[in-house]
Design a protein around this ligand. Structure first.
Ligand code: SF4
Length: 330
């Protein structure tokens, strides 16, 4: 068991070979014992890439002029979610920028409609009021993602100038109060992040009793200010984080849709995904939106997860079964 910041700092310093030989297999065993061998699969519908905010690391920030913007209609979203459910995919992740012109009433209707189809619904659509989170829960939303991104308030306020650390933590608290599961996490290895900050991020995830760690290594996105400061993150630091998260929280979902050494393959790099599973990750995603929109749903560049081929290829290569059913942990 890992409990302290000092233990985490030691693991960050551990030679790569020692980590991969000793700690990563422990994390994978822990995942299999707690959750079974199967890799969980979730559909992802990025329904709007319009955002009013200016997070310094995000390709969808408001003033990134290189990006074509789109917003799906309510009818298209329901049709996409229904088709995915009919094809046997019981989990759906609805995600968007903070789009002020997407009607909240439409979101409630979409959630309600897909909930009635038995879909396990996770949402990440930005900071809402406590009342709005309660309405989403009442409409049938199961889980809401509010990432704290970085647990150091000063770093957060610099990199997320459209909100504040205080507001973000209030939103996290409001999600918990609403009765939805809380998914939250950090960005690993952004330029200037200290190892102490990274350790503190991990301890905060544990403290928040998250259901899913939607974590990702920092990858510079075109047209963003933070891309001028450095990156990408060391992916071994990301793998170490996945392992310690697994050992600290055996039953949570941890994103395995992670890059490998060749960043041009994006998040669908089979070796990157397999390494993330070996390190303790257990959930993969595929885009449901039409391919031209998927290409500009660009929080980071090169996501490359359109269609399900990367998921089936991983299962074939590794022999691991896939679990596409709706979430059982409520
Ligand atoms: S991280 Fe989210 S809130 Fe921030 S700019 Fe990107 S889409 Fe908008």
């Amino acid at each position: 068991m890992i409990y302290t910041k000092e233990e985490l700092l030691e693991i960050f310093e551990m030679p790569r070979e020692t980590y991969w030989r000793e700690l990563a297999p422990q994390a994978r065993d822990c995942c299999v014992r707690a959750n079974g061998e199967a890799v969980l699969v979730s559909a992802l519908l990025g329904y709007s890439n319009i955002c009013k905010n200016h997070c310094l690391y995000c390709g969808m920030r408001a003033d990134n002029a290189c990006l074509r913007r789109y917003r799906m209609t309510k009818a298209d979203m329901i049709a996409a979610g229904t088709a995915s459910a009919d094809a046997g995919f019981g989990r759906l992740f609805l995600v968007s920028g903070e789009d002020p012109l997407f009607p909240f009433a439409d979101l409630l209707e979409i959630v309600s409609c897909l909930h009635r189809r038995g879909v396990f619904l996770s949402l990440a659509c930005g900071e809402f009021s406590p009342e709005q989170y309660r309405e989403l829960k009442a409409a049938g939303a199961d889980e809401y993602v509010v990432k704290f991104e970085m647990s150091d308030p000063k770093s957060f306020d610099r990199l997320n100038p459209s909100t504040s650390f205080q507001k973000r933590m209030a939103a996290i608290e409001a999600v918990k109060q609403s009765g939805m599961l809380l998914a939250s996490g950090n960005i690993i290895g952004w330029p200037g992040q200290t190892r102490e900050e990274l350790a503190q991020d991990i301890l905060l995830m544990k403290q928040l009793e998250i259901s899913w760690a939607p974590v990702i290594p920092y990858l510079p996105a075109k047209g963003t200010p933070l891309a001028q400061e450095g990156g990408p993150a060391d992916r071994w630091l990301m793998l170490k984080e996945l392992s310690v998260l697994r050992l600290m929280m055996p039953k949570i979902r941890i994103t395995a849709q992670q890059p490998g050494d060749d960043l041009s393959r994006g998040l669908a790099d089979l070796d990157g995904n397999l390494d993330a599973i070996k390190a303790g990750g257990n959930v993969l995603f595929f885009d449901l939106m039409p391919s031209p929109d998927a290409q500009v749903f660009r929080v980071i560049d090169n996501r490359n997860i359109t269609g399900t081929s990367h998921i089936y290829a991983l299962s074939e290569k590794s022999g691991l079964p896939l679990d596409t059913a709706a979430e059982r942990v409520k």
